[in-house]
Design a protein around this ligand. Structure first.
Ligand SMILES: Cc1cc2nc3c(=O)[nH]c(=O)nc-3n(C[C@H](O)[C@H](O)[C@H](O)COP(=O)(O)OP(=O)(O)OC[C@H]3O[C@@H](n4cnc5c(N)ncnc54)[C@H](O)[C@@H]3O)c2cc1C
Length: 399
């Protein structure tokens, strides 16, 4: 079917109110587009998503929207990462303290719920119609428009529909049904927030421990909270339903690791997750007709490169710019995919590689890792610098 859409873009539906959704809505509002953001969660969903790190490349998109200072104030700067072996010895470090100078911003750690609230509130202030409890269950294309049907039965129409609904995207399944399923990375994730004054953590630093049987990350937030995550490879973790059994299984996996890890896990009122981590190395097409995917829906990346949210922010700016500049939405979607694919696929590959390195190692492999990690970190820092220094621009380049 040939689609002709010469008229200027007037109405957009954005499915998903996570990271990409409210951000693309804000850029579209700049263009005067009437935007509805449809989010399945209820507004009071709380801390369902633990926390994440926003890298310099993502923070520059928030700065473009005038939200940089607010996000920094709601989160906390990350001074860097320290890596420990299972005996608690520091075997490597990545220092972020010169990143403001090198990359224009220093990584910010932020609770996911806080980031979602900030973005949805800012999009609402800028005139987007942000709705919670609005799960999209079906799509249809009609001449001149695309229609989304909500679980409530309500139908909404627009010129374009942007799928920002994450790794398990319903929009992807409906609009691009032959897309490959996301792949399991081999890692499961559980996290939480604890007060554990005895933990030997320096405020602002993230400590990553290669435990004997599982990996543990802990960020010492200002105010004395520890924000932590635990990764292990066992899918069975996902099947443990009782929270106390789950806690017991994490404690068992960290038996013999630095004892403060168990203290932090015990001091956590509510365990968050578990999440089976999936990624999408390459999706053959990101758009069909009036529908385009962005963020995790198009290129889900495992958390191990700390880039998924930042890529979603970059996508939002680039897609809105393409819609501003291209002759019609299909041309904009094609340009967007062409501009983004190589970069995001490189990040997804790197994140998978980083995640593979978290797998428990036997004594010989652990001995080798402890000695080689500083070299691997130096090599990894070069790749990381390429991710951090990437810039997406809203304004056309000066003539
Ligand atoms: C445990 C964990 C830790 C992570 N840590 C980091 C990190 O430190 N740094 C980093 O950069 N990235 C991290 N990531 C990855 C990051 O979370 C994602 O890359 C990012 O959230 C992608 O943004 P998005 O807007 O594309 O999707 P999401 O943030 O997943 O948002 C999708 C939204 O769509 C909504 N939705 C889903 N289906 C529907 C539907 N049918 N109708 C309406 N709404 C729907 C969902 O409720 C959700 O709010 C982590 C991921 C996980 C799982």
């Amino acid at each position: 079917m040939t689609i002709s859409m010469r008229a200027p873009l007037q109405r957009a539906l954005v499915v998903g109110g996570g990271v990409a959704g409210p951000t693309v809505a804000m850029f579209l509002r700049r263009l005067g587009v009437q935007v509805a953001v449809l989010e399945a969660r209820s507004e009071a969903a709380g801390d369902a998503g633990a926390f994440l790190g926003l890298a310099p490349n993502g923070l520059q998109v928030l700065a473009e929207l005038g939200l940089g200072a607010e996000v920094r104030a709601r989160g906390a700067a990350c001074a860097g990462l320290r890596f420990l072996n299972a005996r608690g010895r520091c075997i490597g470090e990545i220092d972020h303290r010169d990143h403001a100078q090198r990359f224009g911003a220093q990584m910010v750690m932020i609770r996911r719920a806080e980031l979602h609230r900030t973005l949805m509130a800012a999009a609402t202030e800028r005139g987007a119609d942000c709705r919670f409890d609005a799960r999209v269950v079906a799509l249809a294309e009609r001449p001149g428009e695309v229609v989304a049907r909500l679980e409530s039965g309500e139908a909404l129409a627009a010129d374009v529909l942007l799928g920002c609904d994450g790794v398990r995207s319903r929009v992807r399944a409906l609009a691009l049904p032959s897309s490959p399923a996301p792949a399991f990375t081999g890692l499961c994730d559980i996290g939480g927030f604890a007060r554990c004054p005895g933990a030997p953590l320096e405020p602002g630093w993230t400590v990553m421990t290669f435990g004997r049987r599982a990996f543990f990350g802990a960020f010492a937030a200002p105010g004395g909270e520890v924000w932590w995550f635990h990764n292990n490879g066992a899918r069975e973790t996902m099947q443990v339903v009782d929270p106390e059994q789950r806690r017991a299984s994490i404690l068992a996996l960290h038996a013999g690791d630095p004892p403060w890890i168990a203290d932090v896990v015990r001091a956590t009122p509510t365990l968050l997750g578990p999440w089976a981590l999936h990624d999408i190395m390459t999706l053959p097409r990101w758009h069909a007709g009036r529908v385009c995917l962005l963020g995790d829906a198009a290129h889900a990346t495992s958390p191990s490169a700390g880039q998924g949210a930042s890529l979603a922010l970059e996508d939002a700016l680039v897609l809105a710019r393409c819609l501003r500049d291209a002759a019609d939405p299909p041309a904009a979607f094609a340009r967007f995919e062409q501009e983004r694919r190589v970069r995001v696929e490189a990040v997804v590959r790197q994140a998978r590689k980083n995640g593979d390195g978290k797998a428990p190692a036997g004594p010989l492999a652990a001995w080798f890792r402890d000695r080689m990690l500083p070299l691997f970190l130096r090599l990894g820092a070069a790749a990381q610098a390429r991710f951090y220094e990437h810039r997406v621009e809203w304004s056309p380049p000066a003539e």
